[in-house]
Design a protein around this ligand. Structure first.
Ligand code: FES
Length: 116
């Protein structure tokens, strides 16, 4: 069965940046949503290097050129599109993807991933 959950408005995410959202009310499932223009990608906010959050300060994510997300701890660089680490201590590892789509400028988590 397909489930869909609205994560956040696209326009709440800085263009070329990221923002943290929580899927559950307890805030235990932290997700970072990345945006470039009208596109968005989402990943669990867990760095594959040390299994800790990618950010150091609350809801503050370091990104470069709207292309890469940088872990605040040891500077691993992850591609927006697939979450693969292209530079840093966990080269070749990947963030855990949360499938999302953008609909009416809302980022929606959906098990049916249309690749947006
Ligand atoms: S914990 Fe993310 S690069 Fe080390």
């Amino acid at each position: 069965m397909m489930t869909a959950t609205a994560l956040c408005p696209l326009d709440d995410i800085p263009d070329g940046g990221g923002r943290q959202v929580s899927r559950d009310e307890a805030g235990e499932v932290a997700i970072v949503v990345l945006r470039r223009g009208d596109r968005a990608w989402a990943y669990r906010n867990v760095c594959p290097h040390f299994s800790i959050p990618l950010n150091y300060e609350p809801d503050t994510f370091w990104t470069y050129d709207g292309e890469h997300l940088m872990c605040a701890h040891h500077s691993a660089m992850f591609r927006f599109e697939d979450g693969v680490c292209v530079d840093g201590p966990c080269l070749g590892a990947a963030l855990t993807r949360v499938p999302v789509r953008v609909e009416a400028r809302m980022v929606i988590e959906s098990q049916e991933d249309d690749g947006l």
